[in-house]
Design a protein around this ligand. Structure first.
Ligand code: CMC
Length: 427
């Protein structure tokens, strides 16, 4: 809706009037789509001031530390819902009725197995490959196995692909782990919950049954809820950009996984745990803080700061609680958690972090929980990807419903002007 106007005076032109669009929440947005025809582009590397799309899925108020999925606050969802219910809400926009939820759960549960031939695909990877590399490759390859649902213009095909991705991602993720250990793959068990089944596929072996601990199952479910979606972050924008060309859903999700892998994004949970291990003792914290503040040192405090949150990340608050529950259940006194708590305390009182509004983010605690569960750090981002898949699909679908327009940014060119070519090489 546009009820306000903004005026821009382009070089050599009279003023151009632009619509100011108003969302239901959040900042107004100046519609600059017509500017190109006035001979100028806008310049915004990293999209710090650019709304790349219109969306009804997730809202973040970074100053207030608010995160809403389809209007529902994340802390309420994390406390009173389940990952599958949140998935339904993200995908369909409304809460499911008991019957709708039962049908949804049954469909997701019935599609957890993957094509048997995919198991052989794994054997092309080295056992010591990073599981994110394997996940990315195998997810992209799913298009070669499920090509009966690749017509992106057909809403039913998109729905089938969404179910396949949501159902099979835990199976593929757990297979990445089993493959790295050299253990046989464990098939899904459809009588278990989404999170329980994932833990089963991760930890049981043909010679030993894994009994799912309900506290760990709930913690895993919460981790999945807290990572399910996060508006137009780097990986979601990547999925939208890849999808804007009409690319198939498996390729788009593989692109999202690739983007998520970076340490500034989903890779931060793995990097955060490595950092805590490196800090090792509380006495070493001041040295690491000094390095984080030093502009000549590339070191940053992993698990701190966020492009959007300039307040406590609401997901970190829930994650912190879950972290304590898990350690209590397992009777563990984790030295790393003590280092983490001290680091958090010192950083929150340090003027450098206060002035820049750098607070702990979701990745600060998730690594400690996953480590306590016995999950190696190389799998942390894989679990993030598994959880985020539903958010990626919701955005990809929304983009198709709204009518796709290929993403094609322009640039500020600062290279050579035209020059004639004569080869330096002897001919
Ligand atoms: N440690 C030390 N200094 C920091 C940190 C940090 N973690 N994060 C930001 N800063 C400083 C930065 O040096 C800059 O200082 P100055 O103004 O003096 O130049 C200022 O804070 C603003 O930083 P920025 O790089 O302009 O902020 P950004 O919005 O581009 O970056 C971020 C956001 C998340 C990439 C960054 O905070 C970071 O690298 N954090 C560590 C990695 C991390 O935990 N990432 C997970 C994000 S949450 C999960 C997810 O979205 O995937």
């Amino acid at each position: 809706m546009a009820d306000k106007k903004a005026t821009v005076t382009c070089p050599g032109e009279t003023a151009v009037e632009l619509d100011v669009l108003k969302g239901t929440l959040g900042q107004d947005v100046i519609d600059i789509r017509s500017l190109g025809s006035h001979g100028v582009f806008t310049f915004d590397p990293g999209f710090t001031s650019t709304a790349s799309c219109e969306s009804k899925i997730t809202f973040i108020d970074g100053d207030e530390g608010i995160l809403l999925h389809r209007g529902f606050p994340i802390d309420q969802l994390a406390t009173h819902s389940s990952y599958l219910e949140v998935s339904y809400i993200l995908l369909y926009g409304e809460k499911p009725t008991p019957q709708e939820f039962e049908e949804f759960k049954t469909t997701v549960t019935r599609h957890t197995m993957i094509h048997e031939q995919i198991t052989r695909l794994f054997h092309g990877f080295r056992r010591d490959s990073h599981p994110m590399a394997v996940l990315c490759g195998v997810t992209g390859a799913l298009a070669a196995f499920y090509h009966d649902s690749l017509d992106v213009n057909n809403p039913r095909h998109r729905e089938i692909a969404a179910f396949r991705l949501l159902s099979k991602m835990p199976t593929v993720a757990a297979m990445c782990y089993k493959y790295s250990l050299g253990q046989p793959f464990v098939y899904p068990r459809n009588n278990l919950s989404y999170a329980g089944n994932f833990l089963h596929m991760m930890f049981s072996t043909p010679c030993e049954e894994y009994v799912v601990n309900p506290v760990l199952e709930r913690a895993m479910d919460r981790i999945l809820i807290l990572h399910a979606d996060h508006e137009q972050n780097a990986s979601t924008s990547t999925v939208r950009t890849a999808g804007s060309s009409g690319a198939n859903p498996f390729a788009c999700i593989a692109a999202g996984i690739a983007s998520l892998w970076g340490p500034a994004h989903g890779g931060a949970n793995e990097a955060c745990l490595k950092m805590l291990e490196e800090i090792n003792r509380k006495e070493h914290i001041p040295e690491f803080l000094r390095r984080a503040k030093d502009k000549n040192d590339s070191f940053r405090l992993m698990g701190f700061g966020h492009r959007v949150y300039k307040n406590y990340d609401p997901r970190a608050t829930v994650m912190r609680e879950t972290c304590h529950e898990v350690l209590k259940e397992l009777g563990m006194k984790d030295d790393l958690l003590e280092v983490a708590m001290e680091l958090e305390h010192i950083a929150l009182h340090d003027p450098y972090f206060i002035e820049r509004k750098l607070y702990p983010n979701v990745d600060f605690y998730s690594g400690i929980i996953l480590k306590a569960m016995g999950i190696p750090s190389s799998m942390f981002t894989v679990i993030f990807a598994m959880a985020r898949t539903v958010g990626w699909i919701a955005h990809w679908n929304e983009m198709h419903d709204d009518g796709i327009k290929i993403a094609r940014p322009r640039q500020l060119y600062t290279g050579y002007t035209r020059r004639d070519f004569t080869s330096n090489l002897d001919k």
